[in-house]
Design a protein around this ligand. Sequence first.
Ligand SMILES: Cc1ncc(C[n+]2csc(CCOP(=O)(O)OP(=O)(O)O)c2C)c(N)n1
Length: 578
Amino acid sequence: MKGSQAIIKSLTDEGVDVVFGYPGGVLLPLYDVIYDSDLRHILVRHEQCAAHAADGYARASGEVGVCIGTSGPGATNLVTGIANAYMDSSPIVALAGQVATPLIGNDAFQEVDTIGITMPITKHSYQVMAPSEIPEMIKSSFYIARSGRPGPVVVDLPKDVQEGELEYSAKIKIELPGYKPTKKGHPRQVERAAKTIMNAKKPVILAGGGVIIADASKELEKLSKLVGAPVTTTLMGKGSFPEDNPLALGMLGMHGRKVSNLVVDECDCLIAIGCRFSDRTTGDVTKFAPQAKIIHIDVDPAEIGKNVDIDIPIVGDAKIILSHLLKTIKQTKTSLISDWTDYVKSFRAGCMPRLSFKDVPLKPQQVIKEISEAITDDTIVTTDVGQNQMWMAHYFTRKNPRTFISSGGLGTMGFGFPAAMGAKVALPEQDVVAVCGDGGFLMVSQDLATVKEYDIPVIVCVMDNRYLGMVAQWQRLFYDERISHTHLGAVPDFVKLAKSFEINAYKVERPGEMKETLIDALKSGEPALIDVIIDPEELLPMVPPGCGLTEIVGEYKVERESPDEIPYRPSAQEKGGD
Ligand SMILES: Cc1ncc(C[n+]2csc(CCOP(=O)(O)OP(=O)(O)O)c2C)c(N)n1
């Protein structure tokens, strides 16, 4: 068969039934095969949206998402989405067209060095130089993208390789010397961790996105219950632990919940699972969890000790390691439920943020409260980047994994809407709502055409403050309120913009309107945009860059109980355990 046919066959053999793409000259052979294949191709209106949609598809479903872009500008337009997937460990395969092999290196029309550009932001990249390499390279790409710590893989496809002939054999053996992700944690390390947890008086769990990727939420809940440890999460870990559990503290870090930041400051044992201790999570690392022994469970050995010194590293799959840890702790038969748990629960109850406001323009807290009332626990919510994202991370609560999708590591404005599109394509039975800022949404608004043409009923809520809100917030707090180039002005009218794409659109301005409008929009079964006019002056409390987690500025005063007031918790040994 032809190389282009082998590409499609390899994709369908991997179980791919949908791709997000945008064609071009060097992709003509591939698109000619797509024309009458069973593969569903969604023509986005910008390649960046193809990559984000593939990423949203992957995060919602746990399956590899696929995007396609042509050589040169098509490939460079994919780059932001690839980097975004890389930073957040999301499994996507990006197929990029390339000029014909004899032209590579000639600065041919629409030639860029896609492999060179994407090498630092991919888990792996392949340039296919002969048609016969296609089946193995595509199979390997999917294996690499989804195994170990997931991530993006680029496959660079020269035009003549797509046109050439090969013998396709269904029996493909992949050989990846040196790539053997560790799954089981080292038993001695697991034992050491179990002992440390048993001896801790004030344990806390920090759950990252790795818990969701490893499908380890049940094990996480069991561990929290067994040892009485409260759970805080990173942005990526939101949804890994039900936030209605009295031991759920919410997000940690720069824009985290006060209770999380103070409890991590006080804990004597931090069990970090599937997280990478980003600066947004830790604040000043020299002040991070100063009293704690830190246990770090992660599938990627490169993360151990990268940002924070670790006392007990355990490399492997979070689900497998947590099961092992649970078994080891249970064998000691010591009750670990402690006064610390009660203390944290009451501290948490005293720190719950206020969400009800009657103000006009609307307070984002009120909007988020109404969004929460309009949706179910299964609704997938994506966010964009900026204040809208941090408000959602801070005030909005989630119970289930894979229901909160946000751009964590790269912080990519323009992610929320196309990611929602991808999530909806992956899971059409689930409601999908994107919460975006006005600046970020405008970066990708052309893809309203895509959701219209393909009837992808996502609801976009534009938090319309006419500012690049998060940057303006920093200008207000740290640059003497000198609002330099962050005011967006009066255009566009988002309702008119949506209507020009024949998308249903609503404006929300008063308390009570958001809930009703969102319920109606979801019921309609059609894509919709809700333009939510919010207070442009609203600030979220935060830890200034370079400060420790307790140095919160903004709305809250830091009122810390003295550590002496924390009830004493006898160690396992003192209780007669081992
Ligand atoms: C592509 C990109 N460009 C610039 C930034 C820097 N940045 C971070 S937040 C932000 C403001 C976002 O404004 P908006 O989308 O209106 O959301 P808001 O903060 O008002 O909720 C900017 C410019 C970014 N994160 N991504």
